[in-house]
Design a protein around this ligand. Structure first.
Ligand SMILES: CC(C)(COP(=O)(O)OP(=O)(O)OC[C@H]1O[C@@H](n2cnc3c(N)ncnc32)[C@H](O)[C@@H]1OP(=O)(O)O)[C@@H](O)C(=O)NCCC(=O)NCCS
Length: 171
C-alpha cells in the first residue's frame, strides 16, 4: 500500500526468490541465537511459497510463514520476525493480522505455533498454550523435542480477525 507520508512505500505480500537475501538477513541472527529453528538455504527455498514479507522502500523489514494443514483446518505460523530496527512499532501485529486473514481465506479455523521464547507476545494476541496433541499429527512427527518448545493455539474468528483490510492483498 502507499503511505502518503514522505511517499514511503510499504506493503505485505507473498515472498519470491528475490526476497531470499532479505529474509535471511532478518532470520539469520535469530537462528544464531536459537530463537528460530535453523533452516538451510534449500529448506528456505522449499518453504518460500509459504512465506510472506513486508517490504518498505525496497527492503524486507519483516517476514512470516504460514504452513497450512487443510485436513485439520489448521495452520502453523512460523519464522515471524521483524528486523531489529523496526521492532516495537506494530509491524509484528500487522503481519500476524495479515497471516490470520490469509489463514481464514484458506478455510483454516485455527493457527498454532511452537515457540521457546516469544510466548508472551503471542498470548497477548489471543494464543493460548496447548498440548502437543493439538498439533496436526504430520507436523507432530517432525517436532524437534530437544528444543523444548511450547505449543500455542488460536481459534480464528472470521468476523473479528482484527485485520485492516488495506494491508491484505489476496493472490
Ligand atoms: C516478536 C516480534 C515479531 C514482534 O514484532 P514487533 O513489531 O516488535 O511487535 P509489535 O510492535 O507488534 O509489538 C511490540 C510489543 O511486543 C513486545 N514484545 C516484543 N518482543 C517480545 C517477546 N519476545 N516476548 C514478549 N513480548 C515481546 C514489546 O515489548 C511490545 O510491547 P508493548 O506494545 O507493550 O510496548 C519481534 O519482536 C521479533 O522479530 N522478535 C524476534 C523473533 C521472534 O521472537 N519471533 C517469534 C518466534 S516464535
Amino acid at each position: 500500500m502507499l503511505y502518503g507520508f514522505r511517499d514511503v512505500y510499504e506493503g505485505t505480500r507473498m515472498a519470491t526468490e528475490e526476497d531470499l537475501p532479505g529474509i535471511r538477513k532478518i532470520i539469520w541472527p535469530l537462528e544464531d541465537s536459537g530463537v528460530l529453528v535453523r533452516r538451510t538455504d534449500e529448506e528456505l527455498l522449499e518453504a518460500l511459497e509459504s512465506f510472506y514479507v513486508v517490504e518498505r522502500d525496497g527492503s524486507i523489514i519483516a517476514c512470516a510463514a504460514l504452513f497450512p494443514f487443510p485436513e485439520e483446518k489448521s495452520g502453523e505460523v512460523a519464522a515471524i520476525a521483524v528486523s531489529e530496527e523496526c521492532r516495537g512499532r506494530g509491524q509484528g501485529d500487522k503481519l500476524l493480522d495479515y497471516i490470520e486473514k490469509m489463514a481464514l481465506s484458506l478455510g483454516l479455523e485455527k493457527l498454532f505455533l511452537l515457540t521457546t521464547r516469544t510466548a508472551d507476545w503471542f498470548v497477548r494476541r489471543g494464543f493460548s498454550e496447548c498440548s502437543i496433541e493439538s498439533i496436526p499429527e504430520k507436523r507432530r512427527k517432525r517436532i524437534n523435542l530437544s528444543r523444548g518448545s511450547k505449543y500455542y493455539i488460536k481459534q480464528l474468528q472470521p468476523k473479528h480477525a482484527g485485520v485492516t483490510a488495506n494491508n491484505f492483498v489476496p493472490r
